[in-house]
Design a protein. Structure first.
Length: 83
């Protein structure tokens, strides 16, 4: 069983999947940025439920986007905001 789901976060399209195998779900995610570039996470872990796998994949994707955006913003240094 495959449970696909999509969401948009800060202009990025997150496409999460929960794949059922051996009584567990595996989470995977594809992130497409506003320019159309795609990157895939690969397997993110095993979960007891498909919904739990999807929630984790989306949270992972949002954190990845936030991290990349803060790294590109020159006002950020080491997680601290410089004004």
């Amino acid at each position: 069983m495959n449970l696909p789901s999509d969401m948009i976060y800060k202009g990025h399209v997150l496409s999460a999947s929960a794949v059922f195998d051996d009584d567990r779900y595996t989470a995977m995610l594809v992130i497409r940025d506003p320019g159309g570039t795609r990157r895939s996470t690969g397997m993110l872990g095993e979960f007891a439920s498909g919904s739990g796998a999807l929630r984790y994949a989306f949270a992972y994707g949002m954190a990845e986007i936030d991290h990349r955006q803060s790294a590109q913003d020159p006002r950020h240094f080491g997680g601290a905001r410089i004004r």
